[in-house]
Design a protein around this ligand. Structure first.
Ligand code: ATP
Ligand code: MG
Length: 201
């Protein structure tokens, strides 16, 4: 049977998140829902590290290109390039500049539905469209329209894994096995135990 408690996801606080002094706020949001922090490090990633990160999934190039083109069309706008692969090639160059521009914080969060829960709390990729109450919706105001004019990446504070498989690959890319800590949190009894029979004295 699937062990829900063991699902893990990778979160990176991007250089803009750190510069905006949002590290504490971002960690609080994942912490307060009940997820467990099992790995954390600060570093200035190299451009190679970033390129590898985004191309771990060979499908990412196509999916991201299509998603970007759809984003334009949904707003009734014409995408600057029609070929999804070309769209992503350009994006990858911008991502390397963005993500390697300063320190980032990489974290592994663990708990039931960690991947989906983190995506939900983080909000949609384009901050203009992210719901209020999500991190991107509450703390940043960028749009594709603005980032295109400036020929840069959209600044959206955080990266989070898109699927359980993506999370497994990304965690291996950013962390060595021994950098992830297995430990028990007292609150897990309340979150996961079948009976709440340990409360009363
Ligand atoms: P992330 O993977 O960073 O959590 P995501 O899964 O929502 O975000 P992806 O489609 O994987 O987004 O794109 C990776 C990152 O590339 C985005 O977070 C954003 O910073 C940037 N990005 C994506 N699409 C565009 C675009 N059309 N224009 C500018 N930047 C973009
Ligand atoms: Mg992604």
């Amino acid at each position: 049977m699937k062990n829900f408690k063991k699902e893990r996801t990778l979160v990176i606080i991007k250089p803009d998140g750190l510069q905006r002094s949002l590290v504490g706020e971002i960690i609080t949001r994942y912490e307060r829902i009940g997820l467990k922090l099992v790995g954390l490090k600060m570093m200035v990633p190299s451009a190679e590290m970033i390129e590898k990160h985004y191309t771990l999934d060979p499908e990412w190039v196509r999916i991201t290109g299509e998603k970007t083109i759809k984003g334009y069309k949904d707003k009734g706008m014409k995408p600057p390039i029609e070929d999804p692969l070309q769209v992503t090639k350009l994006l990858l160059e911008r991502l390397k500049k963005y993500m390697a521009s300063g320190p980032v914080i990489a974290m592994v969060w663990q708990g039931a539905h960690a991947v989906q829960i983190v995506r939900k709390i983080t909000g949609k990729t384009e901050p203009l469209m992210s719901d209020v109450g999500t991190i991107r919706g509450d703390f940043v105001l960028d749009s594709y329209e603005m980032s295109d004019i400036d020929e840069r990446c959209i600044r959206n504070l955080i990266h989070s894994s898109g699927s359980v498989k993506e999370a497994e690959d990304e965690i291996k890319h950013w962390f060595r096995e021994e950098e992830i800590i297995n430990y028990r949190l007292i609150q897990e009894q309340i979150l996961y135990d079948v009976n709440l029979d340990g409360i009363l004295e």
